[in-house]
Design a protein around this ligand. Structure first.
Ligand code: PMV
Length: 359
């Protein structure tokens, strides 16, 4: 059976129910940058789920009462035309995957655990929460997706169509999206949990997100991915990501913090270097981002702690360290970094357990 398509429901019966999921954002250590076909990645990526930054989505559904099904979307209790357009358009595109959607009136309510202005990309958490809800509706109405692996594989597949990085948000801990020969069962169509050995040190990783800017980014990820087509470094980037992935897998297994730092910071800087060397070029870094990166390196060299950074497609810095160094790192943040954050804004997060179905 093909889990990626589904069927219509009987119209002689009345169907109704509510499904809700809470799903996290994630931060990539090996970055997905550039795509082909229908939202397929040019290189494989590896990330971990966050714990505190998540979207809560609830879908109330019932058999449609008019000829045309009514689909509504509310964000934080209010109508939000921009988000609504995106989500409702996405639902229309899922016609083959969830044909029963056109037989249902649907009300979607969504909210984030983090302020919209925090500069944290919400597409991974919101698209994964939505995909999980849709799979739960399929489970209730069609009776399919009873197998847990099938359920999350399909949720990841659907989330990917909404936003590539969202494919990785349906799992807790570490996950991988994109075919990588060293890792069996990886796929371009959906993410899979990273089931290889991860040293306990990395399961207890902390991520303090230093909010350098809370304004909307000038160039979207969609435009950034598109600029990788014909990019002069495109082939080199794919080769680099493979090498970095192999090294990171080894570092995670062996608890090799030096190798982890080397790879993770290289990925972050390479992502932004690719943006700067695109035609036309652009940069999402802020002067304060660079100030913070210098301070992190100096602090690491002076104190010999395991501390490093990664960056998303934006100016905010994800400061990575382990639980055992937390008090020293908090002091470092207060003394040296917080002054570079907008409104002294920091979100303290860590490796999370993944999405949760809510009652
Ligand atoms: O999922 P998108 O299209 O928003 O792209 C995300 C790209 C990065 O966040 C920069 C990297 C990643 O793998 O998450």
């Amino acid at each position: 059976m093909n889990i990626f398509s589904s069927s219509l429901i009987s119209e002689t019966q009345n169907h109704s129910g509510t499904v809700s999921w809470q799903s996290p954002s994630n931060i990539a250590l090996i970055k997905y940058w550039g795509k082909f076909g229908v939202q397929l990645p040019k290189n494989s990526s590896l990330s971990f789920a966050l714990s505190e930054a998540y979207t809560y989505t609830s879908i109330k559904y019932s058999s449609k009462i008019s000829e045309k099904a009514e689909h509504e979307f509310f964000f934080e209790g209010k109508e939000n035309p921009a988000f609504s357009k995106k989500v409702l358009h996405f639902l229309k595109e899922l016609d083959v995957i969830f044909p029963f959607l056109k037989q249902l009136d649907i009300k979607i309510e969504s909210k984030n655990s983090f302020p919209h202005s925090a500069g944290i990309a919400s597409s991974a958490s919101s698209m994964s929460a939505l995909a999980l809800c849709l799979c739960s509706i399929e489970q209730e109405l069609i009776g399919s997706l009873q197998d847990e692996i099938d359920f999350f594989t399909k949720a990841s597949y659907v989330a990917r169509l909404g936003s590539g990085s969202a494919s990785r948000s349906v799992y807790g801990g570490y996950s991988v999206w994109g075919e990588f020969t060293e890792l069996v069962e990886t796929s371009n169509d959906y993410a899979v949990p990273f089931t290889y050995e991860v040293h306990p040190l990395f399961m207890l990783l902390r991520d303090s997100i230093l909010i350098v800017s809370d304004t909307e980014k000038a160039v979207s990820s969609r435009a950034g991915h598109a600029l990788m087509n014909g990019h002069p470094y495109a082939d080199a980037r794919i080769a680099q990501s493979k090498q970095n992935m192999s090294c990171l897998i080894a570092a995670l297994k062996q608890g090799d913090t030096d190798l982890f730092i080397e790879v993770v910071e290289n990925e972050a800087m390479s992502l932004h270097a690719l943006m700067m060397s695109s035609k036309p070029w652009y940069s999402l870094l802020h002067p304060n981002t660079l100030m913070i990166l210098d301070k992190i390196r100096a602090f690491r060299e002076k104190n010999g702690l395991f501390i490093c950074f990664t960056l998303d497609a934006g100016p905010n810095v994800h400061l990575l360290y382990t639980e055992e160094d937390e008090s020293q790192v908090m002091q470092f943040i207060d003394n040296d970094l917080i002054e570079y954050c907008v409104d002294r804004n920091i979100i303290h997060d860590k490796v999370g357990f993944g999405p949760k179905r809510m009652e």
